[in-house]
Write a protein that binds this ligand. Structure first.
Ligand code: C2O
Ligand code: CU
Ligand code: CU
Length: 520
């Protein structure tokens, strides 16, 4: 694969500043709002009224067949019209006709095979984020599924430039061994250079893994176990998703210079609905929060807080259950991170309207959704146990190898150790089974994601990890000029995988690298 990224043209204020020094964004609140990377893209239609739409729950996908070892699923990727704005349909790219796509549920240890058929006018790649997946099913950015013959290739989105790694017949089977613990995973597009666009257009869904350890706990389940995919979007005058492509014909990846820090939408969607409303019983709920936004970070809080605070009881992170619950008043969540929380709505008086607010947003983006607490008395025998799981700490002190990765802007590209992404040029060759210490250093906001295995955060800026760094993580939020150390150990699968910034505009504009695992 030899797609050469075009160097970003360095023009205007951004260019002068980028040349002038490494911390220019800190001085310009116009480019960087408080704690927010990216630049706001305004909608060309009036915003829908908040708290009018009931929270949609993505449909569960049923297997097309099962045998002793495996569940088989099929997903057709296709264009669809979504009802997000009142009276103005939004054309989208979808998994199986909906955004979010249908939710897949796997049992730990039971193989899951997902056949993706591509009826979009674009090549696609599917990645299971958080999956412990062999390289050939991990969604390497060049392993394209080409459109099925006959899928209308719109001139605006003609396949371009990529000519290999493609499947001829427009479909591909992704094989997930699921040798991993219960966790909230998600699947999304991962095409080289076009991931930001594809996810913005709707290609994201949940994939939940369950296991016996978690099933044995008295946590809320069923209708009180709710995945919440939080995204921001902007809309064009015709109702379509608005996105600042550099090249509307898609010959060149990436967004216009003004948006190279990342794209912020002005409309918050939860499970695809704008500022939705959920009617809740006075009972405990498990909320699986996923920030599936391209760039936007959130600092969320319930407003009002219940008496005594500590409303958000975190039970899990990216890689599943924590050892013990951690209570929070507020949660900071960067793109691709998951926080599994329990909220006890019986702490509120009947009839209370509880908003989920975002302290990093302003105006409409300061709100996420609302929970309306019902008056009825309900039975709730759930609990959050003091001990949830056992997590064996990785011994970073005994690490055989220490590696340093600098996430930085260089000559107009977002780079890792000075290199824009080059498929087939691994920056590291970790040995399977060996614990390594990785130092991640940032110039800007970079949510850093590592494929194949989760990691543990061992320090932040030479001090203790933050209160949001606990448990098994696969994405860690780096803020400007931070250094985070992680301990990571890759297991089971040799091959080439990726590490990258999960700000999708940064990822598309080259802040990604291969690493190749080698036999033990
Ligand atoms: Cu969620 Cu490599 O991605
Ligand atoms: Cu991933
Ligand atoms: Cu980044």
């Amino acid at each position: 694969m030899s797609h050469k990224f075009s160097r970003r043209r360095l023009l205007g204020a951004g260019a002068a500043a980028a040349v002038a020094g490494s911390a220019w964004w800190l001085t310009d609140r116009g480019l960087l709002g408080q704690g927010e990377p990216g630049r706001l893209l305004s909608s060309q239609v009036p915003a829908p009224r908040p708290f009018q739409t009931l929270l949609p729950i993505p449909a569960m996908l049923t297997p097309t067949r099962t045998d002793e070892t495996t569940d088989y699923y099929e997903i057709t990727q296709r264009p669809a019209m979504l009802d997000i704005l009142p009276g103005l349909p939004t054309p989208a790219w979808t998994y199986h006709g909906s955004f979010p796509g249908p939710t897949i549920r796997s049992r730990s240890g039971r193989r899951t095979v997902v056949r993706h058929r591509n009826e979009l006018p674009q090549p696609v790649v599917v990645h299971l984020h958080g999956g412990h997946t062999p390289a050939d099913s991990d969604g390497y950015p060049a392993d394209l599924i080409m459109p099925v013959a006959g899928a209308a290739a719109s001139p605006r989105f003609s396949p371009h430039g990529h000519g290999h790694g493609a499947t001829a017949d427009g479909q591909r089977d992704y094989v997930y061994p699921m040798r991993q613990r219960a966790a909230t995973l998600w699947y999304h597009d991962h095409r080289h250079g076009y991931t930001g666009l594809a996810v913005w257009q709707g290609l994201a869904g949940f994939h939940l893994v369950h296991d016996a350890e978690e099933d044995a706990l008295p946590l809320p389940r069923g209708e009180r176990d709710i995945p919440l995919m939080i995204t921001d979007r902007s809309f064009a005058a015709d109702g379509s998703f608005r996105y600042p492509l550099t090249d509307p014909r898609l010959g060149v990846p990436g967004v216009t210079d003004a948006y190279m820090n990342g794209v912020l939408g002005d409309t918050i969607l939860v499970n695809g609905a704008p500022w939705p409303l959920l009617n809740v019983d006075r009972a405990r709920y498990r909320l699986r929060l996923l920030n599936a936004s391209n760039t936007r970070r959130y600092r969320i809080e319930l407003d009002p807080q219940p008496p005594g605070g500590d409303a958000l009881i975190q039970i899990g992170s990216d890689g599943g259950l924590l050892e013990r619950p951690i209570t929070h008043d507020t949660l900071e969540i960067a793109p691709a991170e998951r926080f599994d929380i329990v909220v006890d709505f019986s702490r509120y008086r009947p009839g209370t309207q509880v908003r989920l607010v975002n302290h990093l947003g302003s105006g409409p983006t300061a709100h996420v959704m609302r929970f309306d607490v019902s008056g009825a008395t309900v039975h709730d025998d759930t609990a959050v146990p003091e001990r949830l799981s056992h997590i064996i700490p990785l011994d970073a002190a005994a690490a055989a190898v220490t590696r340093t990765f600098h996430f930085q802007l260089r000559s107009g590209d977002w780079t890792i150790n000075g290199h824009p992404y080059q498929p087939g040029r691994p920056l590291a060759r970790p040995r399977l089974g060996a614990t390594e210490r990785w130092r991640l250093i940032s110039d800007f906001h970079h949510p850093v994601h590592v494929h194949l295995d989760p990691f543990q955060v061992i320090s932040r800026n030479n001090g203790a990890p933050s209160r949001y760094d606990h448990g098994w993580k696969d994405t860690v939020d780096l803020r400007p000029s931070e250094a985070v150390e992680i301990a990571v150990r890759f297991t089971d699968y040799t091959g080439t995988f990726m590490l990258h910034c999960h700000n999708l505009e940064h990822e598309d504009m080259a802040m990604m690298a291969d690493f190749t695992t080698t036999p033990r």
